[in-house]
Design a binder for this molecule. Structure first.
Ligand code: NAD
Length: 328
């Protein structure tokens, strides 16, 4: 199949692109490079630099595609609070042009990267897909608005959409050749590893007085390659004329911030002094997915779900970029 991967120069998009190519699909990557990196795009893919909101560009890339994987967007919660217009434009207004282009060209299948942030502060954990969606930040609201647009396009035009609500994505391509490089970086694993790779020994954890076993926040981590695998399964379902739907992508269990930092120290052999800072506003104590639906309906199973595997893979990526702390 020919798949249009938007945001394919970003962290998850670059890994998903390579996985799709390895599975024998043809991939067209559309990325504005506002955040991604051209050199992260596998050379077997066709790369087009442009926005998902650029109609002329869409006219070039959409014809002949069988499905879209829509990963493009802005992803930083704090930035979304400061610049809501930018987030609603990038995550709602611009991809609306992409949906219209899909309809024009008869492309009726899409896999969309949504987020656990659509749930907001959960009423219970593990969080199921039928739980209320009450996002507490602009980022989450913008992703939920796009989900609503997908529903409307489904009703009106027969668009079939798989909406994946990712929990915390971590890890890298196992040989360390593709990985996470956000700027700004707010995710825990790359922040810790970045500190360790640059010889920084002190690491601040936000809050130690949450109602959790060790007082630090608990999150559900999923390996980026397991996530890419889920995208392949979703694509196969849509290609077989299956219905769309909404699915959490997490593992069903969580690790605390403290466990993650300690596991990073263990994997890397680095010394780390953990200091506790104040809570970060808007961080729920526990965010863990119910992963039953994606297992039952799509047969998805995480293969690289162990925390040590995710960190070891991510560390290979970090050392490939920076060298080990002990290197000259
Ligand atoms: N990383 C996570 O833990 C996580 C968690 C939940 C959801 N998600 C979602 O997954 C998707 C990918 O996340 P990521 O971590 O790979 O982010 P990323 O920033 O690495 O990649 C996003 C890519 O989208 C591109 N982009 C942004 N706006 C664009 C536009 N208008 N047109 C074309 N390209 C555009 C950027 O240049 C970048 O390459 C995002 O939609 C994000 O909301 C990520």
């Amino acid at each position: 199949m020919r798949i249009l991967v938007t945001g394919g120069a970003g962290y998850i998009g670059s890994v998903t692109t390579r996985r799709l190519l390895d599975a024998g699909h043809e991939v067209v990557v559309l990325d504005s490079l506002v955040r991604g990196r051209r050199d992260a795009v596998d050379e077997r893919a066709r790369f087009v630099e442009g926005s998902v909101g650029d109609t002329a560009c869409l006219e070039r890339v959409m014809p002949g595609c069988d499905a879209v994987m829509h990963l493009a967007g802005l992803i930083e919660v704090g930035e979304s609070q400061r610049e809501p217009g930018r987030y609603f434009r990038a995550n709602v207004a611009e991809p609306l042009a992409m949906l219209e282009s899909m309809v024009r060209h008869g492309v009726d299948a899409i896999v969309f990267s949504s987020t656990a942030a659509v749930y907001g502060e959960p009423g219970r954990v593990p969080i199921s897909e039928d739980d209320p969606t009450r996002p507490v930040n602009v980022y989450g609201r913008s992703k939920l608005m796009f989900e609503r647009m997908l529903e409307a396009f489904g009703d009106a035009h027969g668009l079939r959409a798989i909406r994946y609500r990712y929990f915390n994505v971590a890890g890298a391509w196992p040989d360390g050749s593709l990985g996470e490089a956000h700027d700004p970086e707010t995710h825990l694993v790359p922040r810790v590893l970045e500190a360790m790779a640059t010889g920084e020994t002190r690491f601040e954890v936000f809050g130690d007085d949450y109602d959790t076993p060790d007082g630090t926040c608990v999150r559900d981590f999923i390996h980026v390659l397991d996530l890419a695998e889920a995208h392949l399964l979703g694509l196969e379902r849509l290609a077989a004329d299956g219905a769309g739907g909404v699915f959490n992508l997490g593992t069903g269990s969580g690790y605390s911030n403290l466990e993650v930092v300690r596991a990073c120290a263990e994997v890397t052999g680095a010394e780390v002094e953990i200091v506790f800072g104040p809570r970060r506003p808007g961080d729920p104590a526990v965010l863990v997915a119910s992963a039953e639906r994606v297992r039952e309906v799509l047969g998805w199973q995480p293969a690289r779900g162990a925390l040590s595997t995710m960190i070891a893979d991510a560390w290979r990526w970090h050392t490939a970029r920076h060298g080990s702390p002990g290197d000259a």
